[in-house]
Write a protein that binds this ligand. Structure first.
Ligand SMILES: Cc1cc2nc3c(=O)[nH]c(=O)nc-3n(C[C@H](O)[C@H](O)[C@H](O)COP(=O)(O)OP(=O)(O)OC[C@H]3O[C@@H](n4cnc5c(N)ncnc54)[C@H](O)[C@@H]3O)c2cc1C
Length: 475
């Protein structure tokens, strides 16, 4: 295997020496994950500027058996975007490939390089009077390539679907340097296997995504939102069903927030005022959007809230009176993730179960956590509208984070995952597998599923060069 110096020398000739980093002071940010839980090292960090350069880098790595960890914004939460220690890998970061390639407002498509940030993609769409609807808290840093590789979800999945639903074509460089492309922007194409879908959600294990064609939607002209106090998750589920019946496609987001999550985030934001008086045990942030008039949309929201009150599902509601109120509501919701990081981290369980099972799952899992780790704060929040909750037990305020995580992480997350599995749920709804959940897959995927996953991996990457040690448990 080539040394770091030989690797840097060869790859500098392809991408330019300014874009091939090897000094620890330059590479550390690329070899440490977002939550600083995983720290690895790399022979080099390579920043290509074009698909052609990616192809040449991959061809060289293939010829010299050098492993490659693809990386976008490095915001993922499962340790998948950084190399492990002594992995003999390079990091291939796409941030220089950040050009919008074109917008077709008639076809409603946006073509772009994979290193464009999600906020860049949304701004480009907005500039053409359209919406690219993926919305996640890390949008300023995460990249479209990373969103595709993780099949990102977020707060508007209820209405628009996740990344898999939002893409029409991709370009990807294969481990041997060949380029696969389906950058055609077609909504219908039944000419055999839909190969692009293989790369979506593959967490960098099959190819380097270098460009994509994304779907655009009409830009909403009106937005109405409310923070709603509900008795419990069962009432929230009923309210969602009612909202869908009454307001149909206007229902864009439906996010559950527990009292502990709200207290934590208000504290993190320097004593922000909670949206509802009386510290309700459970809240929902419900958002409607539409292309019609604002007052019509407000009336839809009002009607749903009134009907929800009549049924006893809505106890209280704070309705946004302006766009800045809507933004303030979303800030409270979006900052819950970082608020946990500041406390030293929680036991992250990003899970999904059928929507109808959510109330019973939350009840059962909360009781189990209190048996295993008494006094845990129950930071439960997230995209309930699509059956996804971030179920994140957090240390009691007087217990040091390290002590709590060392004592309880494994036992609690295993217990929660097992309850999820019993309800036919998923142990990773949107954050992926990375290294954090890799070995758990063996418990929750069938032998056939695991064998097929490995067959796909070996077909595309027979030498196992791409993102080694990630996602797939050792067979
Ligand atoms: C505050 C916060 C909020 C978040 N909220 C959400 C949320 O609501 N929903 C959600 O789904 N996620 C969420 N995330 C997680 C994260 O932002 C997403 O997983 C995001 O899609 C990762 O994109 P990235 O560019 O940062 O990818 P990275 O972290 O760089 O990489 C993620 C994985 O994709 C691979 N990869 C990256 N780029 C490429 C490429 N071009 N080709 C091939 N493989 C590649 C990497 O190898 C790695 O396995 C959140 C994270 C934070 C910090």
């Amino acid at each position: 295997m080539p040394t770091s110096a030989e690797t840097v020398q060869a790859l500098s000739q392809i991408v330019g020496s300014a874009h091939c980093l090897s000094a620890a002071v330059d590479t550390e940010v690329f070899t440490t994950d977002y939550r600083k839980l995983y720290r690895g090292d790399a022979l080099a960090v390579v920043l290509p500027g074009s698909t052609e350069e990616v192809s040449q880098v991959m061809a060289w790595c293939h010829a010299h058996q050098v492993r490659v960890v693809p990386q976008g914004g490095n915001t993922s939460l499962m340790g998948g975007a950084v190399p492990e220690k002594d992995s003999g890998a390079i990091v291939l970061n796409l941030r220089r490939m950040n050009r919008v390639l074109g917008i077709d407002p008639i076809n409603d498509t946006l073509s772009l390089q994979a290193g464009v940030t999600l906020s860049g993609a949304r701004a480009a769409a907005e500039g053409a009077g359209r919406l690219f609807p993926l919305r996640i808290g890390s949008e300023g840093s995460c990249q479209i390539g990373g969103n595709l590789a993780t099949n990102a979800g977020g707060t508007a999945v209820l209405r628009y679907g996740n990344m898999r639903d939002l893409v029409l074509g991709i370009e990807a460089v294969l481990p041997d340097g060949r380029v696969y492309s389906s950058l055609r922007g077609l909504r219908k194409d039944n000419t055999g296997y839909d190969l692009k879908q293989l790369f979506i959600g593959s967490e960098g294990t099959l190819g380097i995504i270098t460009a994509a064609v994304l779907k655009l939607y009409p830009q909403p002209r009106a937005v109405s939102a409310a923070f709603i106090a509900v008795q419990d998750p069962a009432a929230a589920v009923q309210l969602l069903s009612l909202a869908k019946q009454m307001a149909g496609p206007h229902v864009t987001a439906f996010e559950l927030v527990s009292a502990d999550a709200m207290t934590l985030v208000c504290d993190y934001l320097g004593g922000a005022r909670p949206p509802l008086a009386g510290s309700p045990a459970w809240m929902v942030l419900m958002e409607f959007t539409g292309t019609g008039a604002q007052d019509e949309l407000d009336a839809h929201l009002g009607a749903v809230l009134e009907a929800g009150m009549d049924k006893g599902w809505v106890q209280d509601a704070a309705v946004a009176a302006s766009l800045s109120d809507v933004q303030a509501f979303w800030r409270l919701r979006e900052e819950i993730s970082d608020a946990q990081t500041r406390t030293g981290g929680s036991i992250k369980c990003d899970v999904s179960v059928p929507l109808s099972d959510i109330p019973a799952f939350i009840e059962e899992a909360s009781a189990r956590v209190q048996q295993l780790a008494p006094g845990s704060r129950m930071v439960i929040y997230g995209h309930m509208g699509d059956g996804n909750v971030h179920f994140n037990p957090l240390r009691p305020a007087d217990v040091p984070a390290r002590d709590y995580l060392d004592a309880h992480y494994h036992e609690v997350s295993t217990a929660v995952d097992s309850l999820v599995h019993q309800r036919q749920g998923s142990i990773s709804a949107e954050h992926g597998i990375g290294v954090a959940k890799r070995d758990d897959l063996r418990l929750y995927k069938s032998e056939v599923e695991l064998a097929l996953m490995w067959q796909v991996k070996r077909a595309l990457d027979p030498q196992g060069l791409l993102n080694p040690g990630k996602m797939l448990p050792t067979p």
